[in-house]
Structure formats: structure tokens, C-alpha cells
Design a protein around this ligand. Structure first.
Ligand code: IMP
Ligand code: MG
Length: 176
């Protein structure tokens, strides 16, 4: 997609994002002080950028897992998810942290959380980089939030417009 960046207004710069992620990493390390192994689940594709930067800033020993789910077609979420790529690890009895790029309606994370709880982890928490709180349709307990953002379509740092723009190093929004 050409000239995508020209349409973007900067919401958070690359530096701001890294500083905020360092704060979240500290909170997580503090909460998992006695944890010997935290399974971090990066939800592909959007959260790949956030997860990598986050775990690099953490001291807690982690096992890096990825999962890909789909619940989204066009610009609205549906209730159900399908698992396109499942975990390699068995999470039964383990401490688990889901890392997601955004919580919007909440449908995706609610369904994902339900599916993972059935596998009986010892604990399950959720970290999201951004939260469009005013869009929430279903309640989901989120433990770590990078930013509460306005109801605008964001692009960059993992967020895409039809797969474009994920590698833009800052988070911008398209003015409707
Ligand atoms: P939810 O199920 O409504 O919470 O949807 C979450 C999913 O919607 C995310 O994983 C994103 O793929 C997508 N999404 C929601 N808002 C945006 C946005 O502003 N930019 C890019 N993707 C978004
Ligand atoms: Mg997307």
C-alpha cells in the first residue's frame, strides 16, 4: 500500500512505546518474582512486535510461544475464534501470560482466554498494548494495559490495514 504513512497521525512515537513497554516489563517482573517459568503467548500477527520488545525487557524466565487465532473479518469482530496456529507447549499447571496488541470489543480475548483456561494453567494473565475501552462489548479481565486509546483505527508497530503497515515503527491513526 503506497503512501500509508502520509495518512497517519502519530499517536505514540517509537521512543514512547519502548519506555511504556519497559514500565510494563517491570510490573510483570514484580508480579512474577517467584516464577521459574512464564509461558508468554504472542498472539500473531499483530502482537509479535510488542511481545518481542516486552520479553526482551523482562527478567522473569520465559518460554516463548506463539498462537494465531482468527475472529476478525473486515473491520468488525465476531464472537467465535478459530485457532489457526496452536501452541507447542502444554500449559497445564503452568503460569501463562497472553500478549495481545489490542483489546477492542473483547470477543477475541474472551474466547481465547476461555479456550486456554480449559487447558488448566496454574495462572493466566493478559497483557495488551492498547485498549479501546469505549468499544468493549464483553468484559475480559486484563492485567496489563499499555495505553487506553481513542476509538480510532490505529496502524503501525504491529497494527495493520489489510496486512500493510505493521512495520511502521510508531503507532499512528487514520483520521476518518
Ligand atoms: P476484538 O475481538 O474486537 O477485541 O478485536 C481485536 C482485533 O481487532 C485485534 O486483534 C486486531 O486485529 C483488530 N483491530 C481492532 N482495532 C484495530 C485497529 O485500530 N487497527 C488494527 N487492527 C485492529
Ligand atoms: Mg488485523
Amino acid at each position: 500500500m503506497e503512501n500509508l504513512e502520509e495518512k497517519l497521525n502519530v499517536l505514540y512515537t517509537e521512543n514512547e512505546i519502548q519506555e511504556r513497554i519497559a514500565e510494563i516489563a517491570k510490573m510483570i517482573d514484580n508480579d512474577y518474582k517467584d516464577c521459574k517459568e512464564l509461558i508468554t503467548i504472542c498472539i500473531l500477527k499483530g502482537a509479535a512486535f510488542f511481545t518481542v520488545d516486552l520479553v526482551k525487557k523482562m527478567k522473569t524466565p520465559i518460554v516463548f510461544e506463539v498462537m494465531q487465532v482468527s475472529s476478525y473479518s473486515g473491520t468488525e469482530s465476531t464472537g467465535a475464534i478459530s485457532i489457526k496456529k496452536d501452541l507447542d507447549a502444554d500449559i497445564e499447571g503452568k503460569d501463562v501470560l497472553i500478549v495481545e496488541d489490542i483489546i477492542d470489543t473483547g470477543y477475541t480475548l474472551r474466547a481465547l482466554r476461555q479456550a486456554l483456561l480449559e487447558r488448566k494453567p496454574k495462572s493466566l494473565k493478559i497483557a495488551v498494548l492498547t485498549d479501546k475501552k469505549e468499544r468493549r462489548k464483553v468484559e475480559v479481565p486484563v492485567d496489563y494495559v499499555g495505553y487506553e486509546i481513542p476509538n480510532k483505527f490505529v496502524v503501525g508497530y504491529g497494527f495493520d490495514v489489510d496486512e500493510y503497515g505493521r512495520n511502521i515503527p510508531y503507532i499512528g491513526y487514520i483520521e476518518e
